[in-house]
Every structure is written in structure tokens, then in C-alpha cells.
Design a protein around this ligand. Structure first.
Ligand code: NBP
Length: 479
């Protein structure tokens, strides 16, 4: 018996992905794990899958039909390099090694280059949707060569989530493109979660509604333009009652948010690319701030405003919060797609942004109705420079902006942190501005560092002789 696909790494993600693969018509799956007991456990608990159990890399390679195709699902980092090193020894030119772990895209670019030298294909593949997604249908973001996509495409389409009849997988682009897009997906996820958390907090403080009552608000929102997995699970979390204390679980959970680093990668990469993903950055920093318990403890007595948040009409306040959330969410996605566009241009990937939005409609954490509107926007204008200037979003922002401004003002006046709401609004107004005070910054830079500036009224690069007679001279362009 030979397998058409193999999985290396049988912790929760690998096991579930292997079972997903095995459940599809026509697939026979070979499995391997460094500690063989995990392999035995998977094979014996899932006889229906018909796995081919292997205990060495040689046996694993021998069990695969050609071109051999193996998906690695191990802890990202050194583990991935260790497995690649072994597979390269037993695979042959034309075979395909896929890394489905959460690799940093620059590692994927490096690995692809190294593996390609051997004639073996290397595909970095983002997989989103957690354990359940891996088992039932994830959103899959493969990079790698066109040649590997020919073999891999049909297999991945068969295991991906389905959204409106279409599998949630597309060939994103060469080498690290898939992991890059997965990284930005996670960054957008951070922003989306922070915005929802700010909305919850404002409603709670503004209306004194209980978490269970706010769960109803989110459940209702989930029936409209905010419909998404994250809004849906927010209602579930808010409704949960702690068995020990009988209090809402959300009041018992320690308010320090963890992070595994993909949000930070998104922001670090955006800084390198010069893309202002301020909403994603605020969301990432908000998690950091929350986790600095000692700093929060010594800051608790800092002065705040005399006036607490007062809300006269709870229903209209909640509607304002909803609109602020929607507008800020549009900004977060617009910034995320801007980063993908910039990454594609910097790394030479040909990424179809509309196709990316479509494969996020199912299987992944940010799955949402709204992504159809993004797909529409890129269908109508492939080269759209700013996503939020597409007609649908312009209309939505026009409808939301007054409420958004009210919410940002009210929260600032009441001393309530709403960093993602307010930074998203500042980004929006920054983009809209006819003139920005960047002109003054250029003047300052020229003053202390002779960094030169351009003029609005004539070509060329200029410097003012600040320490001399303050006349202007034409200068070399030094930036
Ligand atoms: P883990 O990230 O916990 O990794 C455990 C697996 O890595 C085990 O199979 C382990 O083998 C193997 N491994 C390690 Br550690 N070092 C190894 C080495 N040097 N050589 C060979 N194998 C090695 O597993 P996971 O949570 O299933 O995640 C797998 C990948 O999927 C990760 O990259 C993760 O970031 C990514 N991912 C996870 C999720 C999620 O929701 N959990 C979602 C999307 C992507 P052993 O059994 O012999 O120790």
C-alpha cells in the first residue's frame, strides 16, 4: 500500500490534519512523529482513517507515491529545520515538502531557497482555524512554486473549509507568500479582538448591562453587517457562568492577555515595510499593557477625569458603539491588506487580494460576511490603493463616522481606554487630511540634520541655511 500524502508531526494540529486528509476520497495518508508512541496512538485510535504508520524517515519516504508530498506540522522554529533536514535526505528531486506550521515568512524564504537547491519543492503553508479547523476544514494559505501547486492544489482543496461553495484555499504566491498572508491574518485577528473588547467594555461601563445581557447585544449584532465568528464566540464567552463562584466567567478571568507572537511579527514587518498598521499595532500593544501587572499596580492612583461615563439613552449609545466598531474594523482590514500589498511588492509576489479575502470567509478565526465586500472591492478595482476607499466602505464609513467620533470623544472624556477605536479614527482622519503637519517635521529635520525638503510649488530638493543667513539653497536629495 502506498500513500499519496504524508504528515510529519502528530501533536494536535498534525493529527487532526492527517485525519481530515484521510477522510477525503482518494487519499491514503502516511504518518510519522519523532516520538513513535504518538504515531501508534493516532493509528490505533483512528482505524477508520487507514493510516500507514511509519517509524523512521526512510520508511515514511518509502511509503509515499511520487512525487512524494509531506506536510510538516511541528513546533515552528528549530523543529521545522530538523524535520526538513531529515526529509531532504530521503526525498528526491520533484518531491514536495510542505511546512504547515506557523513559520515566520522570512524563515520560509530561507528554507525554500535552501531546499530548492536539492531539486525538491518547498512550500510554506499558513493554516488557520485551530484544532477544529484542521480536522473539519481550515483556511489554507500555501506559498511555494507553481509546480508544487499542481500536485498540492487538489489535495488542499479537498480538505479546506468551504465558503459559499468555494474551498478556502488559493495559491497565494511564491516562497514565503503564504506564511506572510497568514501572519497578516493573525494581525487583523488581534485588531478585531481588541475592537470587540473595547466595544464590550464601553457598553458595560456605559449601560451597566451584565455580561449575559451584553452577550445578547453581540448575538444581535451577529445577525447584521458585523456577522463573524469572533462576534459569535464573544457572545458565548460573555454568557459563560463560572461554576465555582456563579459569577460571569469574564469577571473571574485574569485581565492579562497573552500572545504567541504573530501580532508582533505583523507589526515588526509593517514597520520595516513602512506600512501604518496602527490599529493592529495598538491591539498588540494593548495586550502588552494588560500583561504588565506591576506597572498597572503602581499606576492605579494616577489622576483621571472627574466625570465618569454617563449615558442617557442606552440603545442609541450601543448603536454608536456598533458603528464605531464597524468603522474601526474597516480600518483594520484596510491596513492589513495594505501590508499584504506592500509585502507582495517588496518580495515580488503576485498576490490576488480578492482571492485572499475569499479564502478567509471560512475555516479561519477572522471568517466573516464582510470579507465578501472586500472581494467585491478588489474585483471592481484590482489596483485599489486604499481598501477603505472602495464604494461600499465609503458608504459605511460615512454612515458610521459621527457615531465613531462620539464614542472616541466620550471614552477620552471619561478616561476609558479605547486605543484601537481612537487610533483607527486618527488613521482615517490622517488619510483624509488635505495637509498634514508632516511639513513641519520636514522643516525640523532640515533644521537639525540638513535632511532637506521638497516644495509644493517647484521641482527639486531644498535646504535652508538655518545657522547662516536662512536663505534657501538647492540641495542634493538625501531624504
Ligand atoms: P506543537 O507546536 O506543540 O509541536 C509539537 C510537535 O512538534 C510534536 O509532534 C513534536 O514531536 C514535534 N517536534 C518538536 Br516540538 N521538535 C521536533 C524535532 N526537533 N523534530 C521532529 N519533531 C519535533 O504542535 P501543534 O500545536 O500541533 O502545532 C503544530 C504547528 O501548527 C505549529 O507550528 C503551530 O504553530 C501550528 N499551528 C497551530 C495552531 C493551533 O491552533 N494549535 C493553529 C495553526 C497553526 P514529539 O511528539 O516527538 O515531541
Amino acid at each position: 500500500k502506498t500513500a499519496n500524502i504524508g504528515v510529519v508531526g502528530l501533536a494536535v494540529m498534525g493529527s487532526n490534519l492527517a485525519r481530515n486528509l484521510a477522510s477525503r476520497e482518494g487519499n491514503t495518508v502516511a504518518v510519522y512523529n519523532r516520538s513513535h508512541d504518538k504515531t501508534e496512538h493516532l493509528v490505533s485510535t483512528h482505524p477508520e482513517a487507514g493510516f500507514i504508520s511509519t517509524s523512521t524517515y526512510e520508511e515514511f519516504a518509502a511509503s509515499l507515491s511520487q512525487p512524494r508530498t509531506a506536510i510538516i506540522m511541528v513546533k515552528a522554529g528549530r523543529g521545522t529545520d530538523a524535520v526538513i533536514e531529515e526529509l531532504v535526505k530521503v526525498f528526491e528531486p520533484g518531491d514536495i515538502i510542505v511546512d504547515g506550521g506557523n513559520a515566520l515568512f522570512t524563515d520560509t524564504i530561507r528554507r525554500e531557497k535552501a531546499v530548492r537547491e536539492t531539486g525538491i519543492n518547498f512550500v510554506g503553508m499558513g493554516v488557520s482555524g485551530g484544532e477544529e479547523g484542521a480536522l473539519l476544514g481550515p483556511s489554507i494559505m500555501p506559498g511555494g512554486s507553481d509546480e508544487s501547486w499542481v500536485t498540492l492544489g487538489p489535495i488542499l482543496k479537498s480538505i479546506a473549509a468551504i465558503a459559499e461553495g468555494e474551498p478556502c484555499v488559493t495559491h497565494i504566491g511564491h516562497d514565503g507568500a503564504g506564511h506572510f498572508v497568514k501572519m497578516v491574518h493573525n494581525g487583523i485577528e488581534y485588531a478585531d479582538m481588541q475592537l470587540i473588547a473595547e466595544a464590550y467594555d464601553l457598553i458595560r461601563r456605559g449601560t451597566n448591562k451584565s455580561p449575559a445581557e451584553i452577550a445578547d447585544v453581540f448575538a444581535e449584532w451577529n445577525g447584521g453587517e458585523l456577522e463573524s465568528y469572533l462576534i459569535e464566540i464573544t457572545a458565548e464567552v460573555l454568557r459563560q457562568v463560572d461554576a465555582d463562584t456563579n459569577k460571569p466567567l469574564v469577571d473571574i478571568i485574569l485581565d492579562q492577555a497573552g500572545a504567541k507572537g504573530t501580532g508582533a511579527w505583523t507589526v515588526q514587518t509593517a514597520l520595516d515595510l513602512g506600512v501604518p498598521v496602527s490599529g493592529i499595532a495598538e491591539a498588540t500593544f494593548a495586550r502588552s499593557l494588560s500583561s504588565h501587572a506591576e506597572q498597572r499596580a503602581v499606576s492605579r492612583d494616577l489622576p483621571g477625569p472627574a466625570q465618569a461615563l454617563t449615558v442617557d439613552d442606552a440603545d442609541s449609545f450601543i448603536e454608536d458603539v456598533r458603528l464605531a466598531l464597524f468603522a474601526s474594523k474597516i480600518v483594520a482590514y484596510s491596513q492589513g491588506f495594505d501590508e499584504i500589498r506592500a509585502g507582495a511588492s517588496a518580495y515580488g509576489w503576485n498576490i490576488d487580494l480578492g482571492a485572499v479575502s475569499k479564502i478567509w470567509r471560512g475555516g479561519c478565526i477572522i471568517r466573516a460576511q464582510f470579507l465578501n465586500r472586500i472581494a467585491d472591492a478588489y474585483r471592481d478595482a484590482v489596483e485599489l490603493p486604499v481598501l477603505l476607499t472602495a464604494p461600499y466602505f465609503v458608504e459605511a464609513l460615512g454612515r458610521a463616522q459621527d457615531a465613531w467620533r462620539r464614542i472616541v470623544s466620550i471614552s477620552a472624556a471619561a478616561g476609558l481606554p479605547a486605543p484601537a477605536f481612537s487610533s483607527s479614527l486618527a488613521y482615517y482622519d490622517g488619510l483624509r487630511a488635505e495637509r498634514l503637519p508632516a511639513a513641519l517635521i520636514q522643516g525640523q529635520r532640515d533644521f537639525f540634520g540638513a535632511h532637506t525638503y521638497k516644495r509644493i510649488d517647484k521641482e527639486g530638493t531644498f535646504h535652508t541655511l538655518w545657522s547662516g543667513d536662512r536663505t534657501e539653497i538647492e540641495a542634493e536629495d538625501t531624504h
